[in-house]
Design a protein around this ligand. Structure first.
Ligand code: PDD
Length: 286
């Protein structure tokens, strides 16, 4: 049996239950942070890395949070057991809590944790053939490294992609530098080397990106350069891809009206995909 399941502060609730207060700062200000963890074969993939980043996001916003990694691990287990979901994703968010609406931090409020798990749709066919992207201006704030609930810039970018019949919006700043996708990181392959934007305040330090750079690429003997590049560098590259927890490694074979190289999935993207699937199997299918 498979059900959507949800927890509020570690207690199971019905996802349709109205449990959020009107003056929750997450609701009024987007004052909170979140994580998305992928579930394969009923097990969380790279949960520790996601929870480590959650604690970093909480610290960056000075949100006091009482749960430990062990608590969060147990909550994930509870959700998975309750839902019976084998292939899904867990959404977890923490807000600063409930307080009368004032911009500055309230003196008293306690962080509010909500979590839910849902099945994911299978995108493995699309990953094999690749998909399209569009370039859009990056209109987001300057702390994209915090996984904050404030996603309006990302949402507007993704909507443009969808309206253009594209999978992802590839964002670039006013100076022409390409940053990342609306909900993914971005990589380019040129002469056998992977290029990606440095992990500065302008991008989210993606868990998938980090895994590619520190584990998969070295294992495959591929060099990685964290360096700024512009749109023309991208359009003249050999391969491009976006990556993320639910995206995994998705080849982008065309951006705007221009094919990348010959417009098919490149050899290096395929190698990365195979290595990524192997890593998932080693962690979740044993
Ligand atoms: N998005 N950049 C942005 C802006 C993202 O929103 C995400 C993830 C990533 C990739 O990070 P990771 O590899 O840690 O998932 C990069 C999640 C999945 C989301 O918002 O649903």
């Amino acid at each position: 049996m498979m059900n959507v399941a949800a927890l509020v502060d570690g207690k199971l609730i019905d996802i349709g239950e109205p449990v959020i207060f009107m003056e929750d700062r997450g609701y009024q200000f987007g004052d909170g942070v979140y994580e998305v963890t992928r579930v394969y074969n009923g097990q969380c993939f790279m949960l520790k890395s996601h929870m480590d980043r959650l604690f970093q996001s909480l610290a960056a916003l000075n949100i006091i949070f009482s749960y430990s990694y062990e608590d969060l691990y147990n909550f994930h287990q509870m959700l998975l057991k309750e839902s019976g979901i084998m292939e899904g994703s867990v959404y977890l968010q923490v807000t600063r809590g409930v307080a009368p609406r004032e911009h500055a931090f309230p003196k008293k409020s306690s962080a509010q944790l909500t979590m839910s798990v849902r099945p994911v749709k299978d995108q493995s066919m699309l990953r094999k053939v690749g998909t399209k992207g569009i370039f859009v201006p990056d209109i987001r704030w300057l702390r994209c490294d915090i996984k904050s609930l404030n996603l309006l810039g990302n949402i507007l970018a993704k909507q443009q992609a969808v309206e253009a019949g594209c999978y992802e919006a590839i964002q670039y700043r006013d100076n022409g530098i390409v940053t990342e996708g609306a909900s993914s990181n971005f990589g380019v392959v040129k002469n056998g080397v992977i290029y990606t934007h440095p992990a500065t305040n302008l991008i989210l330090k993606g868990i998938t990106r980090a895994y590619i750079l520190t584990k998969l690429a070295p294992r495959l003997g591929i060099s990685v350069v964290e360096q700024e590049f512009d749109r023309s560098f991208v359009l003249n590259s050999d391969e491009t891809f976006v990556c993320g927890t639910t995206t995994e490694i998705m080849p982008i074979i065309q951006i705007d009206d221009q094919k990348i190289a010959n417009g098919t999935v490149g050899a290096l993207s395929k190698k990365l995909q195979i290595a990524y699937i192997k890593a998932i199997q080693e962690e979740c299918y044993i």
